[in-house]
Write a protein that binds this ligand. Structure first.
Ligand SMILES: [Zn+2]
Length: 467
């Protein structure tokens, strides 16, 4: 095994990374169904989790031969994996390769409880590297580029070491500072090394840009960065955040998306910048389901749904019909770049979703509106979910930072305006509470949590009562 893919440097200038990205549907289905059958045979021998699951559902592994057959298999939800991990630590009942062949592990960020651990064999790492390299390449990273690492390098997150490995695999050079290294260190590396690319969470890269004048004495757009590759949160797909990033850095923004359970990057945006292509079809089967009926629906322009993933060819921690919780809209199914994988935007995750009097509400959608209402707002908001669970029958409390040049006396007018905008765009009733500009922490290493479960310390009951 070598660190860099054979012939990595010769890819520069190619219009895609792997020919599968441009393959016809028939070609893809043929590969997927062959690998699906092999994966089922592998699971029937090696996966205690799926032996149990299939038996319970009354299906046999050798019945699952086609994509249509796959739809008969029950979903694997996050709780299934948590239970599996707990029943047989550290890698669970879905560990299917012997420990002697496992060469690496990673951990999910785990919004609740302990993180979920995944295991990788050497072949699994190579597959992860290959998919991420395709993704980075689609997003504009070239062999030979210096890539400043702005995702967290620690805690076993896939934005850290696995991204670094993929950058190395594709013949680029990772500058391994990491979000954990701090804004100061990242900006200094940017000035010293002059990377062509920065990767990181969109809100964090915005924050770094805003600190550049103080720390370096120059603006971010004077640093020569040409590309920002963003992911880890939906911001890169939110027009106001993207525009602001491109303007502040003077660089083109492309977005990518993946996870921990199947790989690192499975979706990536090309130069057209109108959605992320599926780039993983020879290693992951992706299905789209209607969240209400849970039936498979086709990837057609304008359709929304939740993504379901099945690993094919995975050795160590394979999952079948994994319910990702990613809610997406299909932005297109054709592209001038030649890639044939459908293009999507992710507009929220099941984990973040709130239900306000029966209406599904994603906090990132509210943030998008608040950003558009600048400079009346400061572009910053939090949902204050002062109820148990995810469902409320009351008006949803939304804390909005007042625009920097506005006075408190104009708050009532701002409240009406924001509440009306939310009702028109998202069909639910919000109770808006205006707070001072810069009340909330700026994004750091962690993702910005848009939903608060506790009343923020600076908000007195008087503030609330006054509304
Ligand atoms: Zn494209």
């Amino acid at each position: 095994m070598s660190y860099r893919k054979d012939g990595a440097l010769e890819k520069k200038g190619d219009s895609y990374y792997h020919q599968i990205e441009c393959a016809s549907e028939d070609e893809i289905i043929k590969i997927q169904e062959e690998k699906l059958q092999a994966q089922m045979a592998y699971l029937s021998k090696n996966s205690k989790l799926y032996q149990q699951k299939f038996e319970k559902a009354g299906i046999r592994f050798d019945e699952i031969k086609t994509l249509k057959d796959l739809a008969k298999v029950p979903f694997t939800v996050k709780q299934d994996l948590r239970d599996s991990l707990q029943a047989a630590p550290p890698f669970g009942l879905h560990q299917t390769a012997p420990l002697s062949e496992i060469v690496q592990m990673q951990a999910s960020s785990g919004t609740t409880g302990s993180p979920a651990y995944v295991a990788l064999t050497e072949n699994d790492i190579e597959m992860w590297n290959e998919l991420s390299a395709r993704g980075f390449y689609a997003c504009g990273v070239n062999p030979g580029d210096f890539v400043l690492h702005g995702f967290s390098m620690s805690k076993g997150f896939v934005g850290g070491i696995p991204c670094m490995q993929a950058i190395q695999y594709m013949g680029a050079i990772d500058v391994p500072v990491g979000a954990d290294g701090g804004v100061d260190r990242l900006l200094r590396a940017c000035a010293d090394i002059k990377p062509r690319v920065i990767i990181g969470a969109p809100n964090f890269l915005l924050h770094i840009a805003s600190m550049a004048p103080d720390i370096l004495g120059k603006r971010a757009d004077e640093l020569g960065v040409e590309r920002l590759v963003v992911g880890g949160e939906p911001g890169g797909g939110i027009p106001a955040i993207r525009e602001s990033l491109e303007e502040k850095w003077g660089a083109k923004v492309c977005e990518m998306m993946g996870g921990t359970d199947l790989g690192v990057i499975y979706w990536a945006e090309c130069d057209e910048q109108d959605g992320m292509h599926m780039i993983c079809q020879d290693h992951i089967i992706v299905e789209l389901i209607d969240p209400e009926t849970e039936q498979v629906i086709p990837f057609e322009k304008g359709v929304t749904g939740e993504l379901i993933y099945t690993a094919i060819g995975r050795e160590a921690s394979p999952v079948v019909r994994f319910k990702s919780g990613d809610h997406i809209v299909v932005t297109d199914t054709a592209c001038s770049c030649g890639r044939t994988g459908p293009k999507i935007r992710c507009f929220g995750r099941t984990d973040d979703m709130l239900i306000v009097r029966g209406i599904n509400v994603f906090p990132s959608a509210i943030q998008d509106l608040i950003l558009q209402l600048q400079p009346d707002t400061n572009g910053v908001m939090r949902v204050w979910a002062d109820f148990e669970g995810h469902t409320t029958q009351a008006n949803l409390k939304v804390l909005v930072e007042r625009g920097i040049d506005r006075s408190k006396e104009q708050d009532q007018e701002l409240i009406s305006h924001v509440e009306q905008t939310i009702r028109n765009a998202l069909s639910f009733k919000a109770k808006v509470i205006v707070v001072d500009a810069n009340s909330f922490e700026k994004p750091g290493v962690a993702k910005v949590a848009l939903t608060l479960r506790e009343q923020p310390g600076f908000l007195t009951l008087d503030d609330e009562g006054a509304q």
